[in-house]
Design a protein around this ligand. Structure first.
Ligand code: FE
Length: 206
């Protein structure tokens, strides 16, 4: 049985970029539904997986993969946001500078998110010793890709922003990048990619 992880902040902490109403629905309805469906599918199969990552890597395309990957992606998304303004520091700052600076990274992140056709996710990832921005469609996730470590993600499904920003995905992504992105969480994932410490797992170990 996988559980719905609690939000790492109060429901109104991310306002006005993400309202308490959006966060409440997104976490308490959307994410919960993925977790509940995942658990039901696993119970029907009599499966007792060792980890959610293992389910995602072994599931064929279809309902089990979609619900497992969406459960993971949302858990990672909650951790990618913070109400405390932070900036890239240390090795992450050096990687951002090597990319061409935070403004260039910001432009690429927003452009990639806007350009993701339909539903999906925009990710800051670490691949081949450098930062990159990628998008994935629907439930697709970097968990299935070897050699890629996700550092941050923003949900660009309409349910993530429509109540607060209507169809202005670019406005949502811009405000998200400038005000909510948790660079300390990204730095932890980068350190793990380099063999220092543990990267994100679902659920986060106590
Ligand atoms: Fe979502």
């Amino acid at each position: 049985m996988f559980t719905l992880p609690p939000l790492p902040y109060e429901p109104d902490a991310l306002q006005p970029v993400v309202s308490a109403e959006t966060l409440g629905f997104h976490h308490g309805k959307h994410h919960k539904a993925y977790v509940d469906t995942l658990n039901k599918l696993l119970a029907d199969e009599g499966a007792t997986p060792v980890s959610l990552e293992a389910v995602i890597k072994s599931a064929p395309a279809g309902k089990l993969f979609n619900n497992a990957a969406q459960a993971w992606n949302h858990g990672f998304f909650w951790c990618s946001m913070t109400d405390e303004a932070v900036e890239p520091k240390g090795e992450l700052k050096a990687a951002v500078d090597a990319y061409g600076g935070l403004d260039k990274l910001r432009d690429a992140f927003i452009e990639t998110g806007v350009g993701q056709f339909g539903s999906g996710w925009v990710w800051l990832v670490w691949e081949k010793d450098r930062l990159d921005i990628i998008s994935t469609h629907d439930a697709e996730t970097p968990v299935t890709r070897t050699g890629i470590t996700p550092l941050l993600v923003c949900d660009v499904w309409e349910h993530a922003y429509y109540l607060d920003h209507q169809n202005d995905r670019k406005g949502f992504l811009t405000a998200w990048f400038d005000r909510l992105a948790d660079w300390d969480f990204a730095a932890e994932q980068l350190a793990a990619a380099k063999g220092q410490g543990e990267g994100y797992r679902y659920p986060k170990p106590a």
